[in-house]
Design a protein around this ligand. Sequence first.
Ligand code: C2G
Length: 129
Amino acid sequence: GKTVITYGTFDLFHIGHLNIIKRLREHGDRLIVGVSTDEFNAIKGKKPIVPFEQRMEIVESIKYVDLAIPEDRWSQKPEDIETYDVDILGMGADWQGKFDDLSDQVELVYLPRTDGISTTEMKRILSEF
Ligand code: C2G
């Protein structure tokens, strides 16, 4: 069977996160999701509202997700691809081309983002109350 992997912060989980997870799962028969730790988010320049443990528990609970793993460094992708015998690395189109250096190890799939929703926008709306 084909194993797909994707990575993300998945803060304030929303339909855009669900859509990409659901769509990527359809590209294979096993989906692994790397959830960025709070420390790695600091490296990415992000400060999630929802703590890592809760973001992991939410992602693990999604029926399209077969395994959730921590993502704590940029360099773990090639290691994960070997460890989990991954066939496809999939990301939203905001990452288009960014992981093509791994194209000798995996098939790269970049899917369109879901319009009209983002964690940043949700935080902006919430901050108005
Ligand atoms: N996404 C989407 N549509 C949105 C918002 C997000 O398709 N409206 C997708 C993103 O393209 C990404 C995934 O959902 O593939 C997770 O998004 P983030 O949590 O913002 O992930 P990011 O911080 O980009 O982390 O090593 C890769 C990084 O960890 C990716």
